[in-house]
Design a protein around this ligand. Sequence first.
Ligand code: PMP
Length: 387
Amino acid sequence: MSRPLLMIPGPVEVDESVLAAVGQPPLGHTSLAFIDIFGACLDSLREAFCAPDGQPIVAAGSGTLAMELAVANVIEPGERAIVVDTGYFSRRMADVLTRHGAAVEIASAPAGDCPALEQVESALQTGAKVLAITHVDTSTGVLAPVAELAALARQYDALTLVDGVCALGGEEFEMEKWDVDICLTTSQKALAVPAGIAIVVARPRAIEAFNSRRHPVASYYCDWGLWLPVMRAYQARKPSYFATPPTNLIVGLNESVRQILSQGLETRWARHRKLGASMRAAMRALGLKLVPVRSNLIADTLTTVYYPNGIDDALVGRIGQHGVVIAGGLHPDIKGRYFRVGHMGIVSDAEIRQTVAAIEAALKDAGYPVEAGSSVAAAQAAYKQAR
Ligand code: PMP
């Protein structure tokens, strides 16, 4: 039986060349061969984040570990942090900040929306160490205006912390130009590598905040004091050790990021815009409504769609029967009322059409009236037109 197409918002499909890289016999973490690969990988991550002055920190773990690897080092007990609420993962960031002692204020918004800049500004006016933003909240498909929010944070002297888990490598992001201080991601999303690598990039203001801490970092594994010398050693192509890096996965990450950079970031972002436009046009052709409440809030890495009247979350399983794996809802306020389709990494326009055809067929099976082939045609036309 043929393998189903994986169209959830992470883990995502992985290119065969990357899988082959991951599948090579393990290298020792202090071997010359691995030092070269890890050093090159750290250099290219700096490029992929558009952060020439950034320090990447790469460790075994998932995106949640990356969140902690960022927060634990820049927040001290009692310091204020503001969280821009765009869904489930922004609230997770609030939990991580709280766990590390921050006094958290949530600039909240209903599911599908993002708090207004004025709302965030009035929270910043009372002072904060950190403004936390989820670039794309995977629970709602909402894209936050990171550049504008980061400019506000700078105005009020707060560090900008961006969760780029569902964005980095798919959505436009210029860490240095937008003056973001810390950005984190993980391997299994738009970087298109299997799960298991936590990635943080910290720019000078964040490193300075770490260096001037009054309290020790509460987590041993997350302490930048233990990681920074190791990362700097690999960058200088020298052996070093704190905790074993996921060597096979890093070989794969190096290969995937090398491919992304050789395509060019602009090309990569433009392809994701086309994939997003294609999927949205298809959903519109089916008469379905998206979760984000305004067009400027819609991410291109995933599409979040309300079930039409009379259809429930059994649709996800029906779509699976047509060979495509998608995800159900996650935001607690609307869970059970919508589905999510990931289209980041190496997804092709043909795979978007395959997914759309499966959704159309599943809706038909469920008794929803569809005009056969109309959504696939809409997907194809929109892909051609989008820039
Ligand atoms: N942040 C965002 C935006 C995410 O989408 C996810 C995972 N879907 C996480 C954080 C947590 O990542 P992980 O599941 O890899 O721990």
